[in-house]
Design a protein around this ligand. Structure first.
Ligand code: GAL
Length: 440
């Protein structure tokens, strides 16, 4: 199986980091590279990808099906459910001041309507643990995975879904909102239901079969997990996520009106090439309605960017020859983050937080190069007046990369799958140096 964003970005052949060139000429250092005081520097994670043994989550069923398309089972992951204090120490040790993580709905509401105070306390301890270390907690209420019972009742296609999500947000906010710094409802919902349009048929068909197999195993009519390539009714799925976001955000605000609430969107840096480029149509298709909804309902926009894409009148152009590539073969282009951030701001006029940016690569030199190169471009955009409030790198640790399992590595740290010992990669020191200096 393949991840959703990589599919949008397309693929190519890998080259060594040694061919890295200068990304953009426009990175003028107008204010000497200094970021504003209070700028958030952090790393991003998601519960299912690092916690381990998330057995009530929808995806656990899919990962463990005989013949699953998933490359690995999530299994123990990085055992961060136990080791979160170690993780927070790593973030603090890098001199960062923020940590993005997600609540696991399946742990907090393991059965429909039954909320676990112990699990809410677990996340409260993490939030308090952030505060004790001087880290600003940026909390995603739902990062893709939903409870198994939710998927078994139609997932986001269930007419009840928006209310169920809003009820979860209400309960979680009442327990946790006091300590949260920034709250995010859903992660990258803009890709839901549209990704299938550009997928090879056999992947979609394989995903459909896994969902049918899971439904059969559990004896339910349908099984619709939050991580998917195929959805039966994309229009309903999207409409329910949009309504879920609206009601979820309102529920959080009802508990704490001064808490900034946003949504995170996956945004490529889509560039128009030549006459009649299809770029704007692509933008409308993949981001349009979510950007409009965010503008009406959010205090900030979380921008998640990994790649650029160049569009002419007929389609996407292949990456320039010799360009650096990530582990999946897609182009790595340092200016893409700044381009996506500028677009997100122009479309919404909301303050921006970079809630994810990074690179899938076994070659940490590529990551160490990308971080300062992308941040120089980001700073140039900020100097043009785009209000960016933070940069949260994906990811603190190598982790369970959905369909790719443990084969795609985005971490500033690796971990040993037996002892769970974390080891910093050289790129961690690169981000640490920039964050400590608050300049690039
Ligand atoms: C995002 C997603 C993350 C992580 C990352 C790297 O789309 O929110 O969970 O998988 O991409 O692939």
């Amino acid at each position: 199986m393949i991840d959703r964003r990589t599919l949008i970005a397309g693929a190519g052949s890998a080259v060594a980091a040694s061919v890295l060139g200068a990304p953009l000429a426009s990175a003028a250092r107008r204010s000497g590279g200094a970021f504003p005081k209070g700028f958030l520097w952090g790393t991003s994670t998601a519960a299912h990808q690092i916690e381990g043994n998330n057995i009530n989550a929808d995806l656990w069923v899919i990962e463990n099906l005989p013949g699953t398309m998933f490359a690995d089972r999530s299994g123990d992951a990085a055992n961060s459910f136990e080791l979160w204090p170690t993780d927070l120490d790593l973030v603090k040790g890098m001199g960062l001041n923020s940590y993005r993580f997600s609540l696991e709905w399946a742990r907090i509401e393991p059965d429909k309507g039954h909320f676990s105070n112990a699990m809410l306390d677990h996340y409260k301890a993490m939030i308090d643990g952030c505060r004790m270390r001087g880290l600003h907690p940026a909390v995603t209420f739902n990062h893709f995975t939903t409870p198994r019972w939710f998927a078994a009742q139609g997932g986001w296609q269930n007419p009840e879904a928006p209310d169920l999500f809003a009820r979860f947000c209400d309960r979680a906010a009442r327990h946790l909102a006091g300590g949260i710094g920034h709250a995010m409802t859903l992660n990258e919902p803009n890709l839901s239901g549209v990704i299938g349009e550009i997928l090879p048929r056999q992947l979609m068909e394989g995903d459909r079969k896994m969902q049918l197999q899971a439904a059969k195993l559990l004896g339910v009519a349908s099984y619709s997990p939050g991580v998917n390539l195929w959805v039966e009714n994309a229009a309903v799925y999207r409409a329910n996520q949009m309504e879920g976001h609206r009601r979820g955000a309102a529920a959080i605000k009802a508990v704490r009106s001064d808490l900034p609430v946003g949504v995170t969107l996956a945004i490529l840096d889509d560039q128009a090439v030549g006459q009649n480029s299809m770029r704007d149509r692509i933008r409308e298709r993949y981001y349009g309605e979510w950007l409009r909804l965010a503008a009406r309902t959010c205090d900030f926009l979380g921008v998640q960017n990994y790649e650029r894409k160049r569009w002419d009148a007929n389609g996407a152009l292949p990456p320039p020859e010799g360009s650096p590539r990530n582990g999946g073969g897609a182009e790595v282009w340092a200016g893409s983050l700044a381009g996506a951030v500028r677009y997100g701001w122009e479309a919404t006029r909301l303050p921006i937080i970079v809630t994810e940016h990074g690179v899938n690569s076994d070659d940490d030199a590529l990551r160490a190069w990308l971080i300062p190169a992308a941040l120089k471009e980001l700073k140039a955009v900020m100097d043009d007046g785009v209000p960016v409030q933070g940069y949260l790198h994906w990811s603190l640790l190598d982790n369970f990369e959905w369909g790719f399992g443990y084969h795609h590595r985005f971490g500033l740290h690796s971990f040993d799958p037996k002892t769970f010992k974390r080891t910093a990669k050289p790129s961690a020191a690169v981000l640490a140096r920039i964050a400590r200096a608050n300049r690039v």
